[in-house]
Design a protein around this ligand. Structure first.
Ligand SMILES: [Zn+2]
Length: 221
């Protein structure tokens, strides 16, 4: 069962693809963004604190994120059975901490899902989300009835962290923080670069191929 990290700008389709990869390989999808949003709506202290950072476009501090990952990857769970990490690591320090948490069971592969900045800007600035069931829409693909969710009837709104200012800050930060992580995994021979532009199904096939190719390359060593 693979232990994977999926890296990619917000808006690169990383969350959706991470979920599909997890289903495909029969492992857990661990999204730090989803964990924080769920915790914030439950009103827990760390969830609310994490949401404050996300809403303003800042990175959630290392100690909060690493604490969550430490808990999610406690021995006996996904650590042995495999996982797809999405939204983590976001800094070189977090990547190093992940190696510590994995404790001798290294990642199989870190995949960089590559989508140019102007494409993700357009996707993110136009994104609208159902406040109730979290279904995602786009200004070019709205619900059929006046921003009322087709699925549940909830209000479809722009999320606090999807304003252009917040998006710009996030992409800027992302680029600063991610280049060292990519180099870190490249140096370990654990990095795959996958083109994230195009139809979702095609991108998904590329991702599955990258995982399988890496696995068979390692087996034949
Ligand atoms: Zn809804």
């Amino acid at each position: 069962m693979p232990r994977l990290v999926l890296l990619g700008k917000q808006g690169a389709g990383k969350g959706t693809q991470a979920g599909r990869l997890a289903d495909h390989f029969g492992v857990v999808h661990l999204s730090t963004g989803e964990i924080f949003r769920a915790q914030a709506s439950l009103g827990t202290a760390f969830g609310l604190e994490a949401k404050r950072y996300m809403d303003s476009g800042d990175l959630v501090p290392d100690e909060i994120v690493v604490g969550v990952i430490d808990e999610c990857l406690a021995p006996g769970g996904p650590l042995e059975d495999g996982f797809v990490l999405d939204g983590f690591p976001r800094t070189l320090y977090q990547a190093q901490e992940l190696d510590r948490v994995l404790d001798g069971r290294p990642l199989d592969l870190a995949i960089n899902l590559d989508v140019p900045r102007e494409i993700v800007l357009d996707r993110l600035a136009g994104r609208r989300v159902c406040d109730n069931c979290q279904r995602v829409y786009h200004v070019n693909l709205p619900p059929s009835n006046d921003w009322i969710c087709d699925t549940c009837g909830g209000p479809v709104v722009q999320r606090d962290d999807d304003t252009e200012e917040a998006i710009d800050r996030r992409l800027e930060l992302y680029e600063q923080e991610t280049v060292p992580i990519i180099e870190y995994y490249r140096a370990k021979g654990m990095l795959a670069e996958v083109d994230g532009v195009g139809e979702g199904d095609k991108v998904f096939d590329r991702l599955v191929n990258a995982v399988n190719e890496h696995a068979s390359a390692n087996d034949s060593v």
